[in-house]
Design a protein around this ligand. Sequence first.
Ligand SMILES: C[S@@+](CC[C@H](N)C(=O)[O-])C[C@H]1O[C@@H](n2cnc3c(N)ncnc32)[C@H](O)[C@@H]1O
Length: 200
Amino acid sequence: METATVRQAYTSVAQLYISLFGSSEQVHPDDLAFIERHLTGRPGPVLDLGCGPGHLTAHLRALGVDVAGIDLVPEFLAHARASHPNVEFQLGSFERLDVADGSIDGVLAWYSLIHLPPRELDGVLKEFRRVLAPAGRLVLGAFTADEVGAFDHKVATAYRWPLDALSERLTHAGFREVERLPRPDDEQHRPHAALAAVAG
Ligand SMILES: C[S@@+](CC[C@H](N)C(=O)[O-])C[C@H]1O[C@@H](n2cnc3c(N)ncnc32)[C@H](O)[C@@H]1O
């Protein structure tokens, strides 16, 4: 899906999204612990790519992480900057990062890769690998299923992946999976998972 289409889709629901999801208190404690386990105490900077309202960027900053958030949607960045004035937020796309090779120590892509058509995932993971230093950490959140496929996400078409297939794409891009946290569906959520990988 075109980035312009994703930007437009999130722009039209930005305030609702912020009210429903824009706080780390609304993130499952197991997910928060997963993110913290892999992205705090890093020796170098961390990027929250597709940071949305910026609550996870701010959460990591409050834990002492040198972190910046990047997103496509100006409304999210305006909210993020106003709510967390001590945190850096930049407008941009994670498809082409204005960041030197090997200069980043951690990347969080929390449900931000979900709108990428499967054929575009490898290119984005390659870009993440380019900016990460060896042993840098990538953490992502994703919707899962038995087969790769599109589904009718409330904001814009999104894609779900078998965790093993996602892990293979990470390996293909130069990462090695180090932890996964799969969660089956419940009454409120589709099956989803967190995945952490190390840049090789
Ligand atoms: C489901 S939201 C997740 C936002 C946030 N990470 C969170 O946990 O609430 C997906 C986010 O990814 C962002 N996004 C999608 N494609 C992007 C791209 N190419 N570059 C930067 N951000 C992107 C969207 O603007 C949106 O904020």
